[in-house]
Each structure stands twice: as C-alpha cells, then as structure tokens.
Design a protein around this ligand. Sequence first.
Ligand code: FES
Length: 189
Amino acid sequence: MESTTAPTKLAFSAAARAEIARLLTHYPEDRKKSALLPILHIAQAEFGGWVSPEVQDLVAEVLDIKPIEVYEVSTFYTMFNLKPVGKHVLEICRTGPCMLRGSDELTQHLERITGAKVGGGPSEDGLFTLKEVECLAACGFAPIVQVREKYYEQLDTPENVEAMLNELRNMIHRPLLPWEQTGLKHSQQ
Ligand code: FES
C-alpha cells in the first residue's frame, strides 16, 4: 500500500535561520546570491556534514536563485562534501611543505588505522572520512590535518596521530560553531 504521508520538507534550525538573516543584511536585496558560500557552510554544518541535492535546493530557495546556481558553486569548491561523510572529516594537506614532512606516509597511516580511503566513503564505524586538500596555510607546523575549525599539527609521529584520533573518538558531540553558540544563547534567554 502506498504511504499517504508527505515527505518531511527540509528546514534550517532557528539558530541557522537567524545567522542566515544576519548574513543577508550585509548584501543589497538584489545581491542575495553573494551570501551563497557562507550559507552553504551553514547548510553543511546543519545537515550532517554534507550538502545533498535536497539541501542545495533549500539553499537556492532561501536565496531565491536557481538550484543550478548552487550546484555550480558546491561542485567547484572542495570544502563542500557532496556525499555522506563520517562524523569527522580529516582534511590532510598534501601540498609541498606538508609532503616533504611526510603527508604521504601520514595519509597511508590514517588509511590503515581508520580503514577509510582518501576520496572514499566513511570508515566502517562511521567516525572518519579522509580527504586530501591543498595548502592549509600552516606550513611551519607540517604535516597538518584540519578537522572543521581545528588544526592538528606536526602529525609526523605516531603519538601525535594517535592523540588526534583519540580526541576525535572521544568527542561525543561536534563542537558548536560560533553562530550556533549565538543561537543557543538567544534560545536560552
Ligand atoms: S603545505 Fe601544508 S599547510 Fe601549507
């Protein structure tokens, strides 16, 4: 028998809506599209760390633009994940200075320990996705991995790698982003 329940429409949380409204005040009414990048970041944080076509359609609706205008941007920038990801996305820098300080070995080590593959899906336990990225602008502390807003530095020893993975494994909730903290403060007032 066919279900008569309509699929639930995606919606941003109140905190995200407040942040989007704040961002939109920075642009003229007829230039709302200029807020596309920060709003895609909000969408990615809101909906499990990746932007599905449905999420991108929601962003298009919020900005009153065509979905294709969102897809053009999300498929261009590597910081947007277009497939489901693990709880933690490890962005491993592979540019020259990090490479000279062992980023290839680091990548192989992380693949071995987590069971995830660079460019592939999440690890079996759902905890980790591995991605290679270009220079993270912290070359003096190479090799570097970025996880959300945090940099893990000098990952050229097994001890440092293990300390990073343990910290991530023990993280029950992801840290709140600045706009989420603001939203939380507002909702508690
Ligand atoms: S090369 Fe890795 S941070 Fe610059």
